[in-house]
Ligand binder design. Structure first.
Ligand SMILES: CC(C)(COP(=O)(O)OP(=O)(O)OC[C@H]1O[C@@H](n2cnc3c(N)ncnc32)[C@H](O)[C@@H]1OP(=O)(O)O)[C@@H](O)C(=O)NCCC(=O)NCCS
Length: 206
């Protein structure tokens, strides 16, 4: 069975190469311990709007080092999209295998019983110059595959999606997520909870 420790030992198991719609060569792979500077450059380059939509603890080298230090230590799996041959990180795709009690309670009120054995959280962030070009949709089959290989049956949004982020909402809906409800975050902004049921792909074991 695939675990975070095994992924860290053998990142190749989740590594894929692809070409974006505009012809860029990209690698989809787990975040690696040596990625701190590249990840810092990615975080530092995010616009204020992207930072509002996808909030990190920081946007500098210290924050990037924290994310790299967390590899296989907690419940998080982070994957990056790296451009070739520049090796520039242009996307960060985050999974959490833990479910905060607040999320469990919100979903319970909406009639959905979350379960850490079968459910995980997901949050994507692309570099500003790579947004709105279909890239996150292009890699979504790989995201699904990662979740399935971790034995998950459903994906919920990590922290929800802000109600005034129509591109992200459209992105989630076109990739099969459905709306569960709205909630008001600590910053008094309205967000949506969304969930995706992972049906096994043809040929994949249920
Ligand atoms: C959200 C994000 C991951 C989506 O990735 P992406 O590659 O830009 O998304 P895609 O291009 O695959 O899909 C976006 C869809 O929204 C549509 N869209 C774009 N702007 C839109 C708008 N203002 N209103 C409605 N739909 C919009 C696009 O047309 C596309 O749908 P279509 O294929 O039916 O035309 C990316 O834009 C991003 O990183 N944004 C900043 C951080 C963020 O918001 N992260 C999510 C936090 S919950």
């Amino acid at each position: 069975m695939l675990t975070l420790a095994r992924i860290a030992e053998d990142p190749g198991t989740l590594t894929h190469r692809l070409e974006s719609r505009d012809g860029a060569r990209l690698v989809f792979r787990p975040l690696a311990p040596g990625d701190a500077q590249g990840l810092a450059d990615f975080l530092a380059g995010l616009s204020p709007e992207s930072r509002r939509f996808s909030t990190f603890d920081g946007y500098d080298l210290a924050a990037a080092r924290e994310l790299c230090a967390a590899i296989a230590r907690y419940d998080k799996l982070r994957l990056v999209l790296e451009e070739e041959p520049s090796a520039r990180i242009v996307g960060l795709l985050e999974f959490s295998l833990a479910l905060p009690p607040g999320d469990v309670e919100r979903y319970r009120r909406a009639g959905i019983r979350l379960d850490e054995t079968t459910d995980c959280r997901f949050g994507p962030t692309l570099a500003d110059d790579h947004q709105g070009k279909g890239l996150a949709t292009q890699v979504f089959p790989l995201v699904r595959q990662v979740a399935r290989r971790l034995r998950k049956r459903r994906i919920i949004l990590w922290g929800g999606v802000l109600a005034d982020n129509p591109r992200a909402i459209r992105y989630y809906e076109k990739n099969g997520f459905h709306r569960v409800g709205t909630f008001t975050g600590p910053d008094a902004q309205t967000s949506l909870d969304m969930i995706l049921n992972l049906e096994p792909a043809p040929g994949e074991q249920a």
